[in-house]
Design a protein around this ligand. Structure first.
Ligand code: ATP
Ligand code: MG
Length: 653
């Protein structure tokens, strides 16, 4: 076997999981006809998807392009808030739960579509009363409480552009995003609950606003109610209580007729690879894409309880807690806190309590569940689940199988969905009633999406060969530009392979069935003595070992080999780091992939540096291994982790 073949052997994940027959029988999509239709008539397909929405005026042209700039549904008029709320009020759905919310301390709130209409209308009137107009930017820095989607939909209702900043971000990160968007209003809360502690959002906001001259008013939601969080820094004239402002607002508010290409929101990427980019999404194409994918990928039915565990501060929450599910008239669950509070069974408690049918979470969460042990989910009744999904990072086959067995109980299809903040909607994914799934593969593009794996010259590579993941046709939900920086938009996405090919930044390969396997960021591909190895491949080999909970692998400069593999490993509970363990893990990688993938060194650690969205920041690990100063750390979840690792790494040298 050549070494390339040995690498391929790791990816010889040949287990295929056909859709369970009873699932397939009832699924929205039972065969490949949707894919075929879209292949023959891509624009006709997307136009039909757009028909699923309510338009005040239909579009004149489906797509106008001047690569790399695109306009979808040109001339069409619609409103996102109307599509997510008002259009459901004329049917029985008006009394359906739109949002089922659970706070970390256990408090609950259920909003029907009728309730949501009233709250959003009042909030929209509140914003108008403060002078917010169409096109103005509103920064929303809230915990996972109902006021967050209410504020977003209120902005959409009056044509203001929201920019949601994840509540875990620091004052400095918040200030950067407010200034980039030149926001007029900030909506925040006195605080939010996180693992039993209060996150002082209002205090962070005050700190941020020292350097944000564009902000005129701050609206504060009372979530915690501790006087000490606000009283000493309340700025009269600037700071206003949400509940006071809302009290006398009329409970209806006309919707603005927006152009299909009017901006809906700005959202900053998670910063895994560098300075976050302010991704701009517009109205018609975005809503079309998220509604269609919510319907087909999650096989969503009116009677389902659907739960996406992401934070709305990330695109996953925007598209698959708020806009997609609500446009589809679904019941969407929202949870404020962490999965381990008050104990490690919290997610399963929520699934059992609300009889959740569809669960959408992330590999980082699944790896934590694996580390905590299968006894936690086993204590709960998860029989309501019929479909489970993942997004955010490549899922290691080991984690996929664990998810399938212990959460899906062997009977739920898994949708491993590849997409990005920039694509707005799911792009590569199984359709659960048709696609035979394969652990570690997001399978094939959604109908109407064209993806390819190419070499450096832009030519498609053969099966099993690594290359760059690109999108060869525009899709409606994709970003229109980087806010305020069209040059960065062109440079970042449309320069490497020309003006009409979108470069994702991810490395991938296709198997002989044409299934896509995303192997990680292009910058994360390691070159050992001329062989290209994806960090994910080595990580998957490590995670395959029964003692390993999580692993991050990087290539560091090496005089002879070009690059050498450094591995950072978290052991499962009950296992201790030792020289023998290090040796055993190295041998395990050699057995799984081959000698060329043997890690030069393994550093055991209790934690890995992650973005606040839970992704491993390999670039910081490279900085550590190569003894450089650390790059941009503003999006790190816990800066202490990387500092400790740096010290530990230096001590072992
Ligand atoms: P930045 O662009 O600022 O570095 P980011 O890329 O982490 O941050 P996101 O847009 O949140 O920001 O993440 C998108 C990326 O997440 C994808 O490009 C890919 O690397 C990874 N990803 C998402 N879903 C999957 C998946 N199902 N399989 C593999 N990788 C995935
Ligand atoms: Mg990215």
């Amino acid at each position: 076997m050549s070494s390339q073949e040995k690498i391929a052997a790791l990816l010889q994940e040949n287990r295929l999981f056909p859709p369970p027959p009873d699932f397939a029988e009832r699924a929205h999509v039972k065969d490949m006809s949707l894919h075929e239709w879209a292949r023959k008539d891509r624009l006709g397909f997307w136009a039909a998807m757009a028909e699923r929405l309510h338009w005040f005026k239909k579009w004149d042209t489906v797509l106008e392009w001047e690569p790399p700039f695109y306009k979808w549904f040109v001339g069409g008029k619609l409103n996102a808030s109307y599509n997510c709320i008002d259009r459901h009020l004329t049917s029985w759905r008006r009394n359906k739960a739109a949002i089922i919310w659970e706070g970390e301390p256990g408090d609950e709130r259920v909003l029907t579509y009728q309730d949501l209409h009233r709250e959003v209308s009042k909030a929209a009137n509140m914003l108008k009363s403060l002078g917010v107009r169409r096109g103005d930017r509103v920064t929303i820095y809230l915990p996972m409480i109902p006021e967050l989607p209410i504020a977003m939909l209120a902005c959409a209702r009056i044509g203001a552009i929201h920019s949601v900043v994840f509540g875990g971000f620091s004052a400095e990160s918040l200030a950067g995003r407010i200034n980039d968007a030149q926001a007029k209003i900030v909506i925040t809360a006195d605080g939010g609950w996180r693992r039993g502690n209060v996150v002082p959002l209002k205090q962070n906001t005050d700190e941020a606003l020292k350097s944000c001259p564009s902000v005129e008013k701050v609206i504060v939601v009372k979530r915690i109610g501790h006087e000490s969080l606000v009283h000493h820094n309340w700025v009269e004239g600037r700071d206003l209580w949400w509940h006071t402002l809302m009290r006398n607002q009329p409970d209806t508010c006309p919707v603005e007729e927006m152009d299909a290409e009017d901006p809906l929101y700005i959202l900053y990427t998670s910063g895994s690879t560098g300075k976050p980019k302010g991704v701009l999404h517009t109205t018609g194409g975005y809503l079309t894409g998220v509604a269609a994918t919510t319907h087909y990928v999650f096989d969503l039915k009116d009677e389902d309880v659907y739960w996406c565990t992401a934070d709305i501060g990330w695109v996953t929450g925007h598209s698959y807690i708020v806009y997609g599910p609500l446009a589809e008239g679904a019941t969407t669950v929202m949870y404020e806190g962490t999965p381990d509070y008050p104990d490690r069974g919290r997610f399963w408690d929520i699934v059992q309590k609300y009889r959740v049918n569809i669960l959408y979470t992330a590999p980082t969460a699944i790896r934590s569940f694996m580390k905590w042990g299968e006894e936690w989910p086993a204590r709960y009744d998860l029989s309501s689940l019929r479909l489970i999904g993942t997004v955010g990072e490549p899922i290691n086959p080991e984690a996929w199988i664990w998810y399938h067995q212990h959460i899906g109980r062997g009977k739920c299809p898994i949708v491993d969905t590849w997409w990005q903040t920039e694509t707005g909607m799911i792009m590569i994914t199984p359709l659960p009633g048709v696609t035979h799934t394969k652990p570690g593969s997001a399978t094939i593009p959604f109908p109407g999406v064209s993806a390819e794996v190419v070499d450096g010259a832009g030519n498609p590579v053969g099966p099993g060969e690594g290359g760059f993941l690109v999108l060869t046709e525009p899709a409606p939900a994709m970003l229109r530009t980087v806010w305020g920086d069209p040059d960065r938009y062109v440079a970042q996405y449309y320069s490497r392979f020309g003006k009409s090919v979108y470069f994702t930044g991810d490395g991938a390969k296709k198997d002989e069935n044409g299934y896509f396997i995303i192997v990680g960021r292009v910058d994360d591909v390691i070159n050992v003595s001329g062989h290209r190895i994806g960090t994910w491949e080595v990580e998957s080999a490590l995670v395959d070992h029964p003692a390993v909970a999580e692993a991050a692998v990087i290539g560091r400069n090496h005089d002879i080999k070009g690059q050498a593999i450094s591995a950072f490993v978290i052991l499962k509970e009950g296992h201790q780091p030792s020289e023998a363990m290090e040796k055993e893990l190295k041998e395990h990688v050699v057995r799984k992939i081959g000698a060329l993938a043997r890690p030069e060194e393994i550093l055991f650690t209790a934690d890995l540096p992650k973005t606040r969205s839970g992704k491993i920041m390999r670039r910081l690990l490279r900085d550590i291994a190569e003894g450089r100063a650390l790059g941009d750390t503003t999006t790190l979840a816990d800066p202490a982790v990387v500092q400790q690792l740096k010290e530990k790494y230096e001590a072992t040298e």
